[in-house]
Design a binder for this molecule. Structure first.
Ligand code: PAF
Length: 276
């Protein structure tokens, strides 16, 4: 696997390859990321991954400083997974001057995650567009665990007419159901044992909504939230909403998704579950 820390070197390499499928990451790679890189192979002969912890998408007091940085191991995992090239710029390379041009995503950015992490999606959209310009992929793959991020990147790509196909991949879970996340590393053993309850709660809520109907979803989501909080979680949000725009459902024909963010001790976990 080729490793590029400099944009100029990546660009030179890029000129020599035709189709590229791209997996952007912030490193601390787990099986969810590696599943994306394996799926990427179906879209192009050349698979490029990036590792960059993007300061712009972290708010004050968030975990930018302590976010796990494991570039050596990440490189080994990517090479083993058959990735052709890794782009791993440092901050001075990707942001050689203070970034004053931003991508301002649509209002969807202010809901749910955006309400609790103001400016987060502006930072994500800005770095993703910048990485797209560096890597120039024909296809880019994202995990649907970050459901709202996946929606906003699709919107950005569509509305800015980027010639890139965005592929969303299902969440990869541990055998006990916990969605894989780099932030799981923050959990103490006792918290790790408790953590699968988030997914269990989403599954129980999905069953209840499927059984009792969308019109009961507001009441059912309230009960689900209370049951999580009864076990010591602090819920930022746990809502049933439309897959199309993350607004409250308004009729039976709509495809729904349950999205949740909740804190266990100092660790904030997110998850979601689609209801077709
Ligand atoms: O999902 C992530 O890991 C990040 O938000 C991304 C898309 C790599 C942008 O920094």
């Amino acid at each position: 696997m080729r490793v590029f820390h400099r944009l100029g070197d990546l660009r030179q390499y890029r000129q020599g390859v035709a189709r590229v499928a791209f997996v952007p990451t912030m490193g601390s790679l787990h099986e969810g990321h590696l599943a994306l890189t394996r799926a990427a192979r179906k879209y192009a002969d050349t698979v490029i991954a990036s590792v960059f912890v993007n300061r712009l998408q972290f708010g004050p007091g968030e975990d930018f400083e302590r976010y796990p940085r494991t570039l050596q191991e990440d490189g080994e995992k990517l090479a083993k997974a058959g990735v052709d090239a890794l782009f791993a710029p440092d901050e001075a390379e990707l942001y050689p001057e203070p970034q004053t041009c931003f991508v301002e995503p649509p209002d969807l950015q202010h809901l749910l995650e955006g309400e609790f992490r103001p400016g987060h999606f502006r930072g994500v959209a800005t770095v993703v567009l910048k990485l797209f310009n560096c890597v120039q992929p024909q296809t880019a793959l994202f995990g649907k665990k970050d459901y709202q991020q996946w929606m906003l990147i699709r919107l950005m790509t569509q509305q800015l007419a980027l010639p890139i196909e965005i592929v969303g991949m299902d969440t990869v879970r541990a055998p006990d159901g916990l969605a894989l996340s780099s932030r799981n590393a923050y959990l103490s053993p006792a918290e790790r044992a408790e953590a699968p309850r988030l997914y269990q709660t989403l599954r129980a809520l999905k069953e209840a909504v499927s059984r009792e109907g969308w019109a009961r979803s507001a009441a059912l989501q309230q009960e689900a939230r209370q049951s999580l909080e009864h076990h010591g979680w602090k819920t930022d949000y746990l809502v049933v909403c439309r897959q199309s725009d993350l607004q409250a459902p308004s009729d039976a024909a709509q495809s729904l998704v349950i999205v949740a963010a909740a804190r266990l001790g100092a660790t904030r976990l997110i998850d979601n579950l689609e209801i077709e």
